[in-house]
Design a protein around this ligand. Structure first.
Ligand SMILES: O=P(O)(O)OC[C@H]1O[C@](O)(CO)[C@@H](O)[C@@H]1O
Length: 242
């Protein structure tokens, strides 16, 4: 079941998302969180840090799994998703870094790294998976394709995805051509999903994903089949929902 939540004030976008995540952590201190990167969840992480600083929640027993990482980027590269997570969240809360998991983009054998990541994931169930959506309907880095993979795998990034993420690099040529991503099977097994969508440029894709056909050509459309999805949209992203 998909619940739509539209916020009209930009400052509420991160606050509402943080309320959902922090409520879970408060009631389940050992929660397993699936986390996303990109521009959309930055305000969520900012608000979680604020809530943490108020002494209301602790992340000391929380475990996290990130959706994806670029192949070939060292963890300390400023555009790596490990660096993003440390900078925007982990360095500011009381989480045990050993409980934070991001695929290793620099693994000598990326396929083996996918198996290692899946083995860790198989020991837990993600209680709450945070997601964004790409302009082409991707979730994590599961790009539109004839077939989607259930587990963690190496993916060739589509040109539009590299373009969209070029803002984190000096030029589009520097954006890695491949990434390691959690598969849609793992995402769909999460107990609860929070899909965050912001901006006019996402209005059409989120409308298509939630009201159009369920198809691997729009990976986010699979979320229509999940029992517990909250889609948090700002006014611009949600404009086609009336
Ligand atoms: O929030 P953005 O920057 O538009 O990114 C969209 C999605 O693409 C990704 O960067 C690919 O993983 C996701 O992390 C993100 O949810």
């Amino acid at each position: 079941m998909v619940n739509l939540v539209k916020v009209s004030k930009q400052e509420d976008f991160g606050k509402v998302a943080a309320y959902i995540v922090s409520s879970l952590v408060q009631t389940s201190p050992r929660a397993v969180l699936g986390l996303a990167t990109g521009g959309t969840p930055v305000d969520l992480y900012k608000e979680l840090i604020n809530i943490f600083n108020q002494g209301v929640i602790s992340f000391s027993k929380v475990k996290t799994f990130n959706l994806d990482e670029y192949v070939g980027l060292p963890a300390d590269h400023p555009a790596s998703y490990r660096a993003f997570m440390n900078k925007h969240l982990f360095d500011h809360i009381d989480i045990d870094m050993n409980n934070t998991h991001v695929p290793n983009g620099q693994a000598a054998n990326p396929d083996q790294e996918c198996s290692r990541y899946d083995a860790m994931l198989s020991e837990s169930v993600i209680d709450l998976q945070v997601l964004g959506i790409g302009h082409n309907g991707h979730i994590g880095f599961n790009e539109p394709a004839d077939q989607l993979m259930p587990g963690t795998h190496v993916v060739d990034l589509l040109p539009e995805t590299r373009e969209a993420n070029a803002r984190y690099f000096q030029s589009v040529d520097e954006v890695p051509a491949q990434a390691i991503t959690m598969g849609v099977g793992t995402i769909m097994k999460s107990r609860q999903i929070l899909l965050m969508v912001r901006g006019a440029d996402k209005a059409e894709i989120i409308h298509r994903a939630l009201t159009g056909p369920i198809t691997t050509l729009c990976p986010a459309s699979l979320l229509q089949l999940h029992p517990n999805v909250t889609v948090l949209m700002d006014g611009e992203a949600g404009r086609l929902f009336g």
